[in-house]
Design a binder for this molecule. Structure first.
Ligand code: MLT
Length: 247
């Protein structure tokens, strides 16, 4: 089993992912929103690449069962139902609903990797569950960091490094590419205090500036949700719940 980390989606095209097992990470905040929305009982998440497309596919379907969600510059898009704060995705708001999700980097990262054989969303909240799922699958893994407008960002890479550590605990024979090794080193340096790292990274600072400080505390929680979101046929649904019992 080999792990590789893509430090930004920019360096590869969609076909790169064909037939691969891919994990996409956007800690602040898209994958944290996906994990929390599904954990609150949302039926599915439909990631989209533009606000226009989100509007188009929501069309008449919005009659209560579909929520138009996401952000531009961290803030809820005008006319949408919810923004991109994991704290908004309460059970009473999202249970049974289809969530159409547009975000600056995260929803686009999911779409970029859509040709993957297995495509899984990961954040700190569900990290241990994802690691278990990957070890059970036993395939080489591509870890796609959503980054920030095509650039590297530290929080996704630290999460990738921690995920690799977690996989390695379960399967000490894994092979690490150079980008995997650097992610592990970054996690060692910055992942000891996840909350502090998130408060001090560039996107964390922007979120604080825009009033989303509480989101960061939530995004920093480690492995508090047992859920593996899986992308298939254009939608993300909750995969088999990984627990110690079924391993
Ligand atoms: C993104 O997809 O870029 C993020 O989730 C942005 C945000 O924090 O809302």
């Amino acid at each position: 089993m080999k792990t590789h980390v893509l430090l930004s989606p920019q360096n590869v095209d969609e076909l790169y992912f064909t037939g691969k097992t891919t994990v996409f990470i956007d800690v602040l905040r898209a994958t944290t929103v996906i994990v929390n929305a599904l954990n609150s009982g949302a039926r599915e998440i439909i990631p989209v690449g533009s606000v226009d497309f989100a509007m188009k596919i929501s069309g008449n379907a919005r009659g209560g069962q579909t929520l138009l969600c996401g952000e531009r510059n961290t803030k809820m898009v005008e006319g949408f139902d919810l923004g991109n704060s994991p704290l908004e995705y309460h059970e009473d708001v999202v249970r049974g609903k289809s969530i159409i999700l547009f975000t600056t980097n995260g929803s686009k990262a999911a779409l970029k990797a859509k040709f993957s054989e297995n495509l899984i969303a990961c954040c700190f909240n569900n990290l241990a569950s994802v690691a278990r799922r990957l070890v059970n699958l036993g395939k080489d893994v591509e870890i796609l960091c959503a980054g920030s407008n095509g650039m590297f960002c530290i929080e996704d890479t630290v999460c990738a490094g921690l995920l690799i550590n977690e996989i390695e605990k379960l399967n000490p024979d894994i092979v690490l590419t150079d980008a995997s090794k650097i992610s592990v080193v970054l996690n060692k340096e910055f992942g000891q205090n996840i909350k502090e790292m998130l408060y001090n990274c560039e996107h964390g600072k922007l979120l604080i500036e825009n009033g989303f400080e509480k989101d960061i505390d939530h995004c920093a929680e480690l492995s508090n949700i047992d859920l593996v979101p899986v992308f298939e046929n254009g939608v993300i649904k909750s995969g088999l719940i990984e627990t110690a019992e079924n391993n």
